[in-house]
Design a protein around this ligand. Structure first.
Ligand SMILES: Cc1cc2nc3c(=O)[nH]c(=O)nc-3n(C[C@H](O)[C@H](O)[C@H](O)COP(=O)(O)OP(=O)(O)OC[C@H]3O[C@@H](n4cnc5c(N)ncnc54)[C@H](O)[C@@H]3O)c2cc1C
Length: 440
């Protein structure tokens, strides 16, 4: 059985490894457009900060490990066309004057990920890494940013977009010694969580020297003799490096040209077995839409953890198995300096829109047993139905400050409710248990 995988990151590698695990005789080839198979893109901010000094350590496995597991890697080879009827893929080497070849398959897995969204900012069409203006999605993007910082002796950075990557990079660049300005067009940082969590996080960034401007829309980026100038509706910001991190969209051109049906937000439509609309063609990761367990429908939720699981399902089914992707709860966590914000499930408004009547509760509990040194309270604000946690600074003891307004808070002793408290709590319904992510 010839399994061809397009993509060598979370989704593609998981698919290939799983296929070899289930069928050690399978002939598994991976086409990888770049030179960095199985790298943890999620770890890039920690290389930029210097916490992970050696970039090669971001690889989950070395090329040798992958080959030893039976994967044939064709690095720097880009798939340019899929012929689903003929069961072939056209491949071009990305090296100068790279040759083109046609590769046959019995089963195909597409795991080509996403591409950065480029917002309509005047200047982004003409400025790029050579000018100090960057996106951040790949190892090559990372090296380009580091070159700008080193070669220009950059001391000032402007980050456009305060999603989780923008926040992680604000920490990374500050740790590296740059003065960082964070610009976000909506009224809070990390717009995927409730304001009760976002506001203290913005405050924490300011305490660490990051200039945070929310409700600030960027209109222009210009290159002048004094450096880059980022123009917003609330004034200009001078900088040596500008990082635009305003989200991603699925990379689906290749699949769409082959006739694959597209789904939510233009991502490749797959069923829960990661099958596309084309025979013998599977897809996984940031290029596909994702089944959401609570909404019981597909959404676009590009995350590495999800890409791994979907890749495993695709690899299983491509080798004749019958696996089903259980679905996502949208769980995510972001650490920014000494704080962590995490969320899972639906926020109030999404839950209501989906027909739930969400139960909200606020609580505070130690992150581990209070008798063991270093326990710190974790706060779960009341307006967040499914538990968005707020970890207090290391060393903080006792009740957390700044209770969220209107929040009903249950404070537990040593992270554990008493028997009486547990008994007096009403039994949770099936829907409540689902919302809280408990087993049913
Ligand atoms: C800075 C940063 C931090 C992140 N942090 C987190 C985090 O903490 N937690 C989390 O869950 N997610 C995180 N993510 C998101 C996560 O990295 C992605 O969800 C994940 O990498 C998606 O994996 P993928 O395999 O679908 O696609 P990608 O990682 O985008 O990989 C696509 C692969 O396809 C190859 N490719 C593309 N086109 C072709 C082609 N035509 N032919 C051949 N090969 C091709 C590429 O070379 C690459 O190997 C982060 C992302 C970034 C940028």
């Amino acid at each position: 059985m010839r399994l061809l995988v397009i993509g060598g990151s979370d989704a593609g590698i998981s698919a290939g490894l799983r296929a070899r695990e289930l069928d050690p005789t399978a002939d598994v080839t991976l086409l990888v457009a770049d030179r960095y198979p199985n790298f943890s893109v999620c770890g890039i901010p920690y290389h930029v900060s210097g916490d992970v000094p050696e970039w090669r350590n971001l690889a989950h496995r070395s090329t040798g490990d992958l080959e030893a597991a039976g994967l044939q890697l064709r690095l720097e080879h880009r798939a340019t066309a899929i012929d689903a009827d003929a069961h072939t893929v056209t491949v071009t080497a990305t090296t100068p004057h790279g040759a083109t070849a046609v590769v046959g398959y019995d089963r195909l897995v597409i795991g080509i990920g996403a591409v950065p969204v480029i917002p309509p900012i005047d200047g982004l069409d003409r400025l790029g890494p050579a000018d100090g203006v960057h996106v951040l999605h790949t190892m090559d993007d990372t090296f380009a940013i580091l070159r700008t910082i080193t070669d220009r002796g950059a001391t000032r950075a402007v980050i456009v977009g305060a999603g989780y990557i923008g926040l992680e990079m604000a920490e990374a660049l500050t740790t590296r010694g740059l003065t960082v300005t964070l610009l976000e067009q909506v009224d809070q940082v990390i717009p995927t969580v409730d304001a009760e969590l976002a506001e203290p996080l913005a405050e924490h960034l300011r305490e660490r020297g990051v200039a945070v401007h929310t409700g600030t829309k960027v209109h222009t980026i210009d290159r002048t003799r004094g450096g880059l100038v980022v123009g917003t509706d609330a004034g200009d910001h001078q900088s040596d490096v500008v990082l635009v991190v305003t989200g991603v969209r699925p990379d689906t051109g290749l699949a769409a040209r082959a006739g694959v049906t597209l789904g939510v937000r233009g991502a490749i439509a797959v069923d829960r077995g990661m099958r596309t609309s084309l025979p013998d063609v599977y897809a996984a990761g940031d290029c596909v839409h994702t089944y959401h367990r609570l909404l019981d429908q597909h959404v676009y939720l590009p995350l590495g953890s999800t890409a791994h699981k979907q890749g495993r399902v695709a690899g299983t089914n491509a080798t004749g198995g019958n696996a089903t992707f259980a679905g996502s709860l949208g769980t995510q966590a972001v650490k920014v300096f000494d704080r962590v914000v995490a969320g899972t499930g639906l926020r109030d408004h999404t839950a209501r829109a989906a027909g739930y009547d969400p139960v909200t509760v606020a609580t505070t509990a130690d992150d581990h047993k209070a008798y063991y040194p270093g326990a710190t309270p974790v706060r779960i604000p009341g307006r967040c139905p499914v538990g968005l946690a707020w970890r207090l600074p290391p060393g903080h003891r006792g009740s957390p400050p700044e209770e969220p307004p209107e929040a009903k808070t249950v404070t537990t002793r040593g992270g554990r409710d008493s028997w009486r408290e547990r008994r007096s709590r009403p039994r949770r319904t099936r829907v409540e248990r689902m919302l809280l992510g408990f087993p049913l």
